[in-house]
Design a protein around this ligand. Sequence first.
Ligand code: NAI
Length: 360
Amino acid sequence: MPQILEHATATTVFDREDASEHPHEQVIFCEDAATGLQAIIGIHSTVRGPALGGTRFYPYPDQGAALTDVLRLSRGMTYKAAVAGVDLGGGKAVIIGDPNRIKTPGLLRAYGRFIDTLGGRYISAGDVGTNTADLDIIGEVTNHVVGRSARTGGSGDSAPMTALGVFQSMRAAADSIWRAPSLAGRTVGVEGLGKVGTELVALLHADGARIVVADVDPDAVRRVRDRFPDVSVAAHVLGADLDVYAPCALGGTLTTDTASTLTARIVCGAANNQLWTPDVEQILTDRGVVWVPDYVANAGGLIQVAGELRRASAERIRTEVDAIYDTVSSLLEQSRTESILPGRAADRIAEERIWSARGA
Ligand code: NAI
């Protein structure tokens, strides 16, 4: 039996407005007064399998902002898993607070106990603000966590495979525009030099790209400059002269304003929910910019942890992540031949697979 700390409470609610648009199966609020834990777990769908998604640890201004984020992110995971072809549903969790201030082993264990009460309906991985060491601690109290270190039987940090999937997506988009599946000689702006952004810089560097980077954390910039002295640093990547824009920090950077002034021909990055509003994709398309849907490009980490669940080899997982290239090529081809937006083409594949799993 899970051992829930005293004062811990969990309630299930539905947000009416969001439920009408994107119904969620279950949303769980978790609080633990002893450790200061405040978390929300969103289970969007278990139709294709257990709801898997990372835990984001972030200083949201209030609970409403956290709820909005977890609802959008968990829905995105359902679509991501469906397009990636893994037998998983969609879920996500957020822990409210500044991880640098409040993250403790006790808080992570309290959170893990909440995950455990769900009996495997939700499986956590890492996300912004959580890392492999945190997942190891959560894994002390629940088996329903992936992306743990190899020492504890996990497949390790998912960022390298996420970055590989983004890189393959970018190559496919480059081929669709420039008839060459390479970023050699192209200027790529990488926004966010965290776990994924740094790995992406390494892949782009090896491919011969010119790289412009930005991060709000000067230490993150310094670490990348130490490894790759020839990268350029910008205050804001979006304002730079680019061939490719790779958002790898947080979502929502593509607004009607930024989409109207962006110099890049390709947008392809790891961040979830890159479009501030759905109409931004049309603005990009009208300007001849190819947007690779975020949840298709960033599925590498999900493919890795899905492989971990079925004990697939590292080689097998890498082959599946490399195949994101083919998925993106096919999406962009459908978009071109049927005159539909790439985001619509991706959603259509996901929805067909979800409906067929429902038996509809
Ligand atoms: P991270 O937390 O390691 O790195 C994020 C970086 O972005 C940090 O260095 C932070 O200082 C920087 N940043 C924050 N705000 C910024 C801003 N306004 N401008 C520039 N830089 C800013 O996160 P990670 O794991 O690298 O993930 C990056 C993105 O990719 C996130 O949106 C995440 O949800 C998404 N993602 C990550 C996956 C993974 O396997 N880690 C899988 C799928 C998506």
